[in-house]
Write a protein that binds this ligand. Sequence first.
Ligand code: NAP
Length: 270
Amino acid sequence: MTPKKLYGIFGYPLGHSLSPLLHNFGFEAKGIESVYMAFPVAPENLGEAMGGVRALPVFGASVTIPHKIAVMEYLDDLTDRAKAVGAVNTLYWRDGRLWGDNTDVAGVAAPLRLTERRFDRALVLGAGGAARACLAALRELEIPEIFVANRNKAKACALAKDFGCFALDWSERNQGFDLFVNSTPLGMLGENEAQSPIDESVLGPESTVFDLVYNPLETKLIRQAESAGAKVVLGLEMFLHQGLEQFRLWTGERLDAEAARRRLLAALGR
Ligand code: NAP
């Protein structure tokens, strides 16, 4: 197979991104003559790289840190999702125009829809870039009461204003919510690994816990939630579903989520 179409991820540094694995698996599974590459692009080279997207047979791209906001000035249009989040993680072409979208929103919304649970009161922990995608997703799911708690409360208040939800003091986060979403790095491999953003005492069988952290796959928060009988959604699901949505935007094809999940887990040694 000689690939005729080029896709890739723009970020810096790129480290061990799982995106090439996911999309090349998809191209192979669907028999599509395309290849997805890692494009480490330093911030000062973003303009030239975007010139490359227009000049070369680049049919779509993922965008990650630190380019998610800076890339917007090089695009022709933004989807409503990208506008709501204020950041772009996906580039695709429609009718000769280069669009920016944010599939992180689908990455949060799709796994929550799959739980088939109803959420009336949700809490997002953290107020960074990922929190914005979470809040856009929770709004899309029409959850009536959405709260955001952050160490630096001013940032929670700014998000609450942008998304029409409520800001909480970080000290007020341990309350009864039926959905908790962790968008802080607490629980992540390294210095924060032994930490969880909430107390286990607020979790029970009616709670759902979505930890965006996926390294390690099962964080302290996930272990607490499991021991309290709560429903858990792993951070890998966000990565998977944002990627499946990108694949659909680029190729019109829906990848089998279970097969793609198995491929990712195998790459992570599971
Ligand atoms: P970010 O923009 O740097 O925001 C991090 C947030 O976490 C900030 O609100 C920060 O609070 C808070 N925080 C940091 N350290 C903290 C601590 N020790 N205690 C309490 N709060 C703390 O990062 P991001 O891009 O939103 O990403 C957040 C996390 O989401 C990452 O760790 C990553 O693992 C995960 N993520 C997962 C996926 C996925 O596909 N599963 C995608 C994106 C991100 P302050 O404002 O007070 O500093």
